[in-house]
Design a protein around this ligand. Structure first.
Ligand code: HEC
Ligand code: HEC
Ligand code: HEC
Ligand code: HEC
Ligand code: HEC
Length: 400
């Protein structure tokens, strides 16, 4: 071999080696960190159980009609299509794991996440899910999200009359299933935090030995669960909660947690006498704080006084809820949510009023979020922001 060519080849090989070493130094092999928390991972892929042809809620509904009709009205059924959820998901600041409590099964997820590149939540190591069921994704927290594990339908009795493979696992289908999603406290980035503490509130609230998520939110009923079969122990599946519907024009189940205790007001006040009111609110029926869950929720109690022409004289407003600052770092500024069985009295007044007839309205409204947040998320009027849960009117006169 010509000596010159030998030297050229040798130096080219050398250059390639150096370049490779340089590139390797620039791009060291990324380290894939494993996922640890339950909500960081999807529930593993599930096969259609023996005896069934589909996993869709509608297909379960062919036999379990009432369960299906009830579930359809629930917030669970809208956990994916929810307008606010979709708006938040599109933000760059929303990490990949936002989907794991809203579409929990791997079957529902477009990508499979195996870990985090260098432990960074914004760099999931993901690959396309070849078995992705796009239709099942739309169903959010669908029947099989709670009822399908190990390729079998999980129940609490283990009926031998079912046409599908069934396993009995009351431990799994207990309040711990609810808590696996309804309790998460985590700081993902300084601005993105998870703060659902309904499970902890329940454990600390005094109800734990009496009632749980299921006994309050899935009331027991005796009924056939398949047309023509005998009655058996069953549970309503509409998961009533705040009662603030996610879909325009549709209603969703509501539980009433609060009791209100207004004081009587006089029909007549003397001129110069101070007009005072008192109003108590008690968390009588919820096994956790009110509001619970999403930190953006709040309750307003307004005391509105108008004169006989209907003109506003004065309005006093009280707020129950958490207060947060999201920038530069997410921080809880305050929290006056009502603990289980806590009662709070609101006293106020309008001072000395002019002569005339007046009407006082006490109204309680329950809010999903304030208007600023709704505008920020570009939510349209189709998104219900609040409902009215109590109203009382008084009329009185101020005279000599
Ligand atoms: C072809 C009809 C049919 C379909 C489809 C069907 N089921 Fe069933 N299922 C039954 C019957 C029948 C029973 C037993 C009824 C009884 O014991 O009274 C049953 C029982 C159950 C039970 C109770 C198990 C226990 O512990 O006793 C659960 C939970 C259940 N089905 C969930 C589902 C889900 C979720 C789907 C959809 C993925 C589904 N079923 C689809 C007919 C059906
Ligand atoms: C896979 C996660 C998951 C599981 C399991 C789960 N939930 Fe939920 N739940 C959610 C999500 C997410 C929402 C809210 C969806 C939305 O607003 O878009 C929700 C909403 C609710 C609401 C309605 C809240 C409202 O605004 O009115 C109630 C009530 C509720 N869940 C109760 C339960 C109970 C009881 C159980 C156990 C039987 C349970 N959940 C199990 C994730 C879950
Ligand atoms: C958020 C979780 C969740 C979802 C979603 C869900 N279920 Fe259930 N389901 C339960 C729990 C928990 C029980 C058992 C309650 C108990 O026995 O204490 C149950 C019980 C049942 C039973 C047994 C009879 C009864 O009513 O107790 C049937 C049948 C059933 N579910 C069908 C369905 C169908 C069909 C869907 C979808 C349309 C569905 N479930 C959606 C949690 C869920
Ligand atoms: C003693 C009965 C009781 C128990 C136990 C209970 N809840 Fe509730 N829950 C209620 C009532 C009542 C409301 C309605 C509160 C209101 O008036 O806004 C409610 C509301 C909710 C809401 C809607 C949140 C809001 O602020 O509007 C969610 C979500 C919820 N519950 C989940 C759960 C979960 C998860 C558990 C178990 C850890 C649970 N609940 C245990 C009675 C109960
Ligand atoms: C640990 C489970 C879990 C994870 C992870 C999770 N969510 Fe949720 N999400 C819930 C539950 C439970 C609710 C219902 C809370 C309630 O009603 O009290 C909910 C409700 C919501 C709602 C509706 C709020 C309302 O007031 O109705 C939005 C929007 C939402 N989640 C967005 C997100 C985003 C964005 C992420 C990622 C940063 C995320 N979720 C991650 C469990 C989860």
């Amino acid at each position: 071999m010509n000596k010159k060519i030998g030297i050229v080849i040798a130096s080219m090989v050398f250059a390639v080696v150096i370049l490779t070493l340089f590139l390797l130094r620039q791009n060291p092999e990324p380290v894939i960190m494993p996922l640890t928390e339950s909500w960081e991972k999807a529930v593993p892929y599930q096969e259609i159980p023996e005896g069934l042809f589909s996993l869709s809620a509608e297909s379960c509904g062919a036999c379990h009609q009432q369960h299906y009709e009830e579930w359809k009205t629930s917030t669970h059924a809208h956990a994916w299509t929810d307008m606010q959820y979709q708006a938040e998901l599109k933000k760059e600041s929303s990490p990949y794991m936002c989907i794991n409590c809203h579409i929990p099964l791997e079957n529902q997820q477009e990508y499979i996440v195996d870990g985090l590149i260098d432990g960074d939540v914004y760099q999931p190591s993901r690959r396309k899910n070849e078995r992705w069921d796009m239709k099942l994704q739309q169903e959010g927290i669908t029947c099989v999200a709670c009822h399908l594990r190990g390729d079998a339908i999980v129940g609490t009795i283990g009926s031998d009359k079912a046409p599908h493979r069934t396993v009995k696992d009351p431990e799994f289908l207990s309040e711990s299933l609810c808590i696996s999603c309804h309790n998460a406290v985590a700081t993902i980035t300084p601005q993105v935090t998870c703060n659902f503490e309904t499970g902890d509130e329940w454990k600390q609230g005094g109800y734990a030995s009496e009632k749980n998520c299921i006994s309050c939110h899935m009331e027991e009923v005796q009924r056939p669960i398949f047309p023509g079969y005998d009655d058996r122990t069953s549970h309503y599946h509409s998961f009533p909660g705040s009662g603030i519907s996610k879909v325009a024009g549709e209603t969703t189940g509501m539980l009433n947690g609060l009791e209100f205790y207004p004081t009587e007001m006089k029909r007549r006040y003397a001129l110069g006498e101070s007009v005072q009111y008192s109003f108590s609110v008690k968390n009588e029926h919820a096994g956790h704080r009110i509001p619970t869950g999403d930190p953006e929720r709040f309750i307003l109690i307004s005391f509105t006084l108008v004169n006989q022409k209907g003109e506003l004289v004065k309005k006093n407003v009280e707020r129950i809820g958490e207060k947060w600052e999201w920038h530069p770092v997410a921080k809880k500024l305050g929290d006056n949510n009502l603990d289980p069985k806590e009662e709070r009295a609101y006293k106020g007044g309008f001072g000395k009023l002019k002569k005339g007839k007046y009407a006082l309205t006490i109204e309680v409204t329950k809010h999903r979020m304030d208007e600023k947040t709704a505008n920020y998320n570009k939510l349209t009027n189709a998104y219900l922001l609040f409902i009215s849960i109590y109203e009382k009117k008084y009329s009185f006169e101020v005279s000599d």
